[in-house]
Design a protein. Sequence first.
Length: 246
Amino acid sequence: MRSVTYWLKLFARWAIVSLSISLLLFVAAGTTRPPSLRHYLVTFSALLLVTMLSIDPGLAEERSRTFDRVATPHRFATGAFFLGTLALAALDIGRLHWFDHVPSSMRTRALLVFGGATTLEMWAMVVNSFFSPDIRLQPERGHRLITDGPYRLLRHPGYLAMLVSVPASALAIGSWLALVPAVAFCLVILKRVGAEEEFLQQNLAGYGEYMGKVRGRLFPRMVFRRYPCRELVSSNSASQGERRRP
């Protein structure tokens, strides 16, 4: 049962994050006029609230602990590059105007892609209550292998969502220049995926077997059944023979 205190803290964290991101972008842009900036902030804030309302309370507490322990090095790098992407995009469309010639239709499509990717990440977080920002086991919470939801198709759906959502953020706001820190973000994520794979394989029970069953790390691997040519020929001949019958 979630207490009133829990809900108050949740909405307070949501408000602080939403206001902080809005302040960062508006200060960087020097204006609140660009529609793409406002559309992105509304979408970001709405999806953030839905995510926070949907995830397990234990996961919310795990993700809110920033200074309780030594964090994974990749955590601060990804955070810096993500904020850098947003800030540089806002700076470009509001002040610099160097590479802000992203067509309006592309901005709209990029915002939809951002929304879809963030929804995938939210799905992964709802299914996986151990979706920690740090690479570690959580024995205090009964850490176990998760194979449901998107984890039936690929091993790291959350990271796939991040690899899509951050470059999409740059284009949704309207800056080609912001793709530079977005690419740096993606490179750090790819490095983190390798480190986490190795850690889980060595420390999480059943993960090695799971890797054998779910072959896709970041993209689903479709398995197609191959039929011998003879079966196809005989099948076609039979069907043609049936057509020739009076």
